[in-house]
Design a protein around this ligand. Structure first.
Ligand code: FES
Length: 188
């Protein structure tokens, strides 16, 4: 069953629209009052919304065809969600980086579900001002925010830049078959 979240094919369009909105707002705010004053309204407008999350219908996402190293982008209740199928090597790297980020220290194990460590599920927004980070490959695997350069590892933890929080995690759970992710619930 798939809930009433937007069609997966709409994800690219949502990313495009929200990137454009974010950049327009940033430009306007920065010109008027400086970066610091601009950040809070944007976070409120583009970041995860607890009310929406609580009221939203869950969305089921089949995972069977998602290869290791691939990231799905889905839109749930108007918010972009990244679902990363991490490789064995990426999981090891994420664990090796525990304690490296001093900005919001969190172990990788706190950011994934036990028994499903290969799946990282995060909202697709930079906590600094709500821009959509770009995926990075190679040595710096993770995400890089194009707005002010915050960097996030493959656990979604901020490692550099002005962001002061890790990428937010929506409520989600796995179907007992392990092949379906349900966003918007704490348990299945
Ligand atoms: S929005 Fe400023 S670093 Fe991402």
């Amino acid at each position: 069953m798939t809930g009433p979240g937007k069609n997966p094919d709409d994800a690219a369009e949502v990313i495009h629209e929200q990137r454009r909105e974010c950049l327009c707002k940033l430009t306007k705010f920065v010109g008027a009052a400086g970066v610091a004053a601009a950040m809070w309204p944007l976070v409120a407008a583009l970041g995860p919304d607890e009310q929406t999350q609580a009221d939203g219908e869950p969305m089921d996402i089949p995972l069977g065809n998602v290869a290791p190293g691939e990231t799905l982008r889905r839109v749930w209740r108007g918010k972009l969600v990244f679902i990363r199928h991490r490789t064995e090597q990426e999981i090891k790297l994420a664990n090796a980086l525990d304690g490296v980020s001093r900005i919001q220290p969190q172990a990788d194990a706190q950011r994934v579900k036990p028994g499903h460590e290969q799946w990282l599920v995060v909202y697709g927004y930079c906590p600094h001002a709500g821009c959509i980070p770009n995926e990075q490959t190679g040595e710096k695997s993770g995400w890089l925010c194009p707005c002010h350069g915050s960097e996030f590892d493959l656990s979604g933890r901020v490692t550099r830049g002005p962001a002061e929080e890790n990428m937010a995690i929506p409520d989600y759970a796995f179907h007992p078959d392990g092949q379906t992710l349900r966003i918007g619930v704490k348990d299945v």
